[in-house]
Design a protein around this ligand. Structure first.
Ligand SMILES: NC(=O)c1ccc[n+]([C@@H]2O[C@H](COP(=O)([O-])OP(=O)(O)OC[C@H]3O[C@@H](n4cnc5c(N)ncnc54)[C@H](OP(=O)(O)O)[C@@H]3O)[C@@H](O)[C@H]2O)c1
Length: 311
């Protein structure tokens, strides 16, 4: 692979994904930087535009389906890299096993920093079982802290994604069509929200940062409670929302337990409720924000986001 001397190499896994493609663009926008992507062969056509802009591609996969040649692919992917960034999505085989193999390859290649695919609430504060995908990420973090060698592992924590697909479709906190907001509990816990694009910008900045960052990088576009979210929607859209009370937070715990017991394989039945629980209980709010480490990033607030969406 052709890389100029003095260029930083940012090796990104998950660059075909929603967040990963934005991280890729943010890295490509930086001078003296080479972007390298780990891409599953069948997905390569998704990043043709990034290859056209100069991104290097290593074909490979993380996790249980990874081929015999996986170690070689990860060695080629991490060789000479400054930072390895993961923006993959998946089950424990990808998040724990796949990322562990990637971290080991990064460590063995002398990579300076590893950014795992976290980008969420403060998962380190969450009690076990509250949000299962956060449990996998915490399990990976424990392994990473033991196996990182000289590599700095930095979790970018940016709260809930400020995105209509997440808030309206996945979490169903608000249904703009029926002009209804759905609430469990009193809605008074504050929590952070950040757009995909701002999370990607902070991640690229962290990947290129020349000085140690620390174990977590908490950043966010806004911090408000459920009622603040509703108020921001109403102000930006000029439409009133009817708040439908679905039950208490104990009722929400019971509902999740019931869905898990009835059909544990159907994670899409209860994962969104688990994330709702994370947002509405307020147990995993971020530590003091460090937005000011990268002052050139002016993150979008909730009201600005809803305003731009023309709801
Ligand atoms: N805080 C929030 O509210 C929030 C909301 C959404 C997402 N997130 C987090 O953001 C991160 C990225 O999510 P996303 O929405 O961008 O996900 P996404 O669009 O589903 O993209 C997932 C990426 O992972 C890759 N991938 C999946 N399995 C892989 C494997 N075995 N080996 C290699 N690559 C694999 C996919 O590649 P292919 O193209 O080959 O499938 C794709 O590039 C995740 O950590 C997610 O939890 C946070």
């Amino acid at each position: 692979m052709d890389t100029k001397i003095d260029q930083k190499i940012i090796a990104l896994a998950g660059g075909t994904g929603r967040l990963g493609s934005l991280i890729a663009e943010a890295v490509l926008a930086q001078p003296d930087t080479q972007l390298r992507l780990l891409v599953r062969p069948a997905s390569r056509s998704k990043i043709a535009h990034l290859e056209a802009k100069g991104a290097q591609v290593v074909e490979g996969e993380l996790g249980a389906n990874a081929a015999e040649s996986a170690a070689g692919a990860l060695a080629a992917f991490t060789a000479g890299a400054t930072t390895v960034v993961s923006a993959v999505q998946g089950g424990p085989d990808v998040i724990i096993d796949g990322q562990t193999a990637l971290l080991r390859a990064a460590r063995d290649a002398g990579v300076r920093r590893f950014i795992p695919s976290d980008y969420t609430l403060d998962l380190f504060k969450l009690p076990p079982g509250q949000i299962l995908p956060s449990d996998w990420r915490r399990q990976f973090a424990e392994t990473a802290d033991a196996e990182r060698g000289e590599a700095e592992v930095v979790s970018v924590l940016s709260g809930g994604f400020l995105d209509r697909g997440v808030l309206f479709d996945w979490l169903r906190l608000i249904d703009p069509d029926t002009q209804t907001a759905y609430l469990w509990g009193d809605g008074e816990a504050t929590v952070e929200y950040t757009t995909y694009a701002d999370t990607a910008r902070y991640t690229a900045a962290a990947a290129l940062d020349d000085t140690p960052i620390g174990r977590v990088l908490p950043v966010a576009g806004d911090r408000l409670d459920f009622h603040g979210l509703v108020a921001a929607f109403e102000k930006a859209s000029g439409k009133r929302l009817r708040v439908e009370q679905l039950g208490s937070l104990t009722d929400l715990d019971d509902r999740i337990a019931e869905l898990m017991a009835r059909d544990p394989q159907n994670v899409f039945g209860y994962f969104p409720l688990m994330y709702n629980r994370g947002l509405l209980k307020g147990e995993a709010t971020l530590p003091p924000l460090r937005n000011d480490r990268y002052p050139w990033i002016q993150p979008t607030t909730v009201e600005q986001y809803f305003g731009a969406e023309k709801l």
